[in-house]
Design a protein. Structure first.
Length: 432
């Protein structure tokens, strides 16, 4: 067999390790290594040396270890047999992975067992060529991206199942909501898998979980989605499951022509009277008929949100307002202190003149900005400290309890002591 004079890489782009097909070399053979590659020379199963990018001559001057294993009977140029491995060290960022079969997990939120699939991609780079060849490649001639996926399938499958299960159980989320946590799951799995790959000279650049899904045709998934759709419908319309069953019972009885109570039931559906129709259905809609038959004299209106309430109810079921407190009985409308137009207390500015609504804390009437007392209920408004702005309820304070600033004011014209925070002196009318 002829001695190889030039050795160069001729493998594919998706190959991480490629063995040169011939082993008949000589100490004059030229070894060409491209950028992003490394070549490893093996003799008798032992790694002799690693060559970086460039052109290398297999010479004992460049490879001193050859002196110990190669006889030199030909004037320093001797043929010998050895293996040359090329290791591709570029970044490979599109290695696909996925679960071959669904993983059965229990949804912690709804308690059903659902099959879960997941897929994504990861990126690697060969960091230590010698460790990679010795520990992982072995006697193979070619090691490509499919080999990576096959060799590490066990580890990422275990981590995927463990991670998804942990997120479902610890965060108490449904499998239908887990896609909101894909970034967290991807980072977590990268941290778990990275040390394992480093043992084989591989650096894990990234690890992405692109999707976690359940098969649409699975019976458990169909049942769960139908139930969720029904619940969403109830939330939109504004009733619950028990009320829906009561409505179904009423409608079924009304449509049953053979029933003695069908006439009364039909009238009850139309008029809101579901009474005296039998013991079987009376208990189901008794509460509904009772609520519908309450006369208008037994109703009252929430002063805050105007919801109709039973007269014996204290707290509004819609906004929580205490209807028995005087503070809650504020007027529905007030007159603007600037232009006099009446408007609702729900707005912040007068719709006619744009004056800001300044309500009295007690009765809700609109007060001028400089008011110190409400003209409607006589409530004395708190005054702010001129230095720190603290609201002061008591009128006879001499010092601010927060910052200690003196609150005693005197008129600069008549020297009268000023109480409160007026803009004009009550004695002489001087502007303060």
């Amino acid at each position: 067999m002829a001695i190889v004079e030039v050795i160069k890489y001729s493998g594919g782009p998706n190959i991480f390790a490629w063995k040169y097909p011939s082993e008949e070399l000589g100490t004059w053979t030229q070894l060409i290594v491209s950028e992003s590659q490394e070549a490893v020379l093996f003799k008798s199963g032992k790694a002799l040396d690693i060559f970086g990018s460039g052109r290398h001559t297999l010479d004992t001057a460049n490879i001193p270890v050859l002196n110990n294993i190669i006889n030199l009977p030909f004037g320093g140029k001797s043929p010998f047999t050895a293996e040359v491995w090329y290791v591709n060290k570029v970044y490979s960022l599109d290695i696909k992975w996925g679960t071959a079969t669904p993983v059965q997990l229990q949804d912690p939120k709804y308690g059903v067992f659902v099959p879960v699939r997941s897929y994504g991609q990861f990126g690697i780079r060969i960091e230590d060529a010698k460790k990679f060849l010795i520990k992982l490649v072995g006697t193979l001639n070619v090691f490509d991206d499919s080999s990576i996926v096959r060799f590490f399938k066990g580890i990422y499958m275990t981590k995927v199942k463990d991670t998804i299960s942990s997120y479902l159980v610890h965060k108490q989320i449904s499998i239908l909501e887990i896609n909101a946590y894909l970034d967290e799951i991807s980072n977590y799995m990268k941290e778990r898998i990275e040390p394992f790959m480093e043992e084989y000279g591989i650096k894990l650049i990234n690890f992405y979980v692109n999707d976690i899904s359940v098969p649409e045709e699975d019976p458990a998934v169909k049942t769960l989605k139908v139930a969720l759709a029904k619940r969403a419908e109830m939330n939109i319309i504004g009733y619950n499951y028990q009320q829906e069953r009561s409505f179904d019972t009423l409608e079924g009885a009304a449509n049953n022509q053979g029933s003695m109570s069908s006439g009364l039931m039909g009238a009850g559906l139309g008029l809101g009277m579901g009474v005296n129709v039998g013991n079987a259905v009376g208990g189901q809609f008794g509460g509904i008929s009772k609520a519908l038959n309450v006369s208008s004299e037994e109703k009252k209106v929430c002063p805050k949100c105007h919801t109709a309430l039973d007269k014996n109810v204290r707290y509004c079921m819609n906004c929580g307002c205490d209807t028995q407190k005087k503070e809650s009985m504020k007027p529905y409308t007030v007159k603007c202190n600037n232009c006099g137009i009446a408007y609702s207390t729900d707005v912040k500015y007068c719709p006619s003149c744009g004056n800001k609504y300044n309500p009295c804390p007690k009765c809700g009437m609109d007060l001028p900005e400089d008011a110190t007392t409400c003209d409607s209920c006589g409530y004395e408004l708190p005054i702010p400290c001129p230095k720190c702005g603290t609201s002061l309820e008591a009128k006879n304070l001499k010092f601010c309890p927060e910052c200690g600033t003196s609150l005693i004011r005197k008129c600069t014209k008549c020297d009268s002591v000023i109480n409160g925070n007026p803009k004009f002196c009550p004695e002489c009318g001087e502007k303060l």
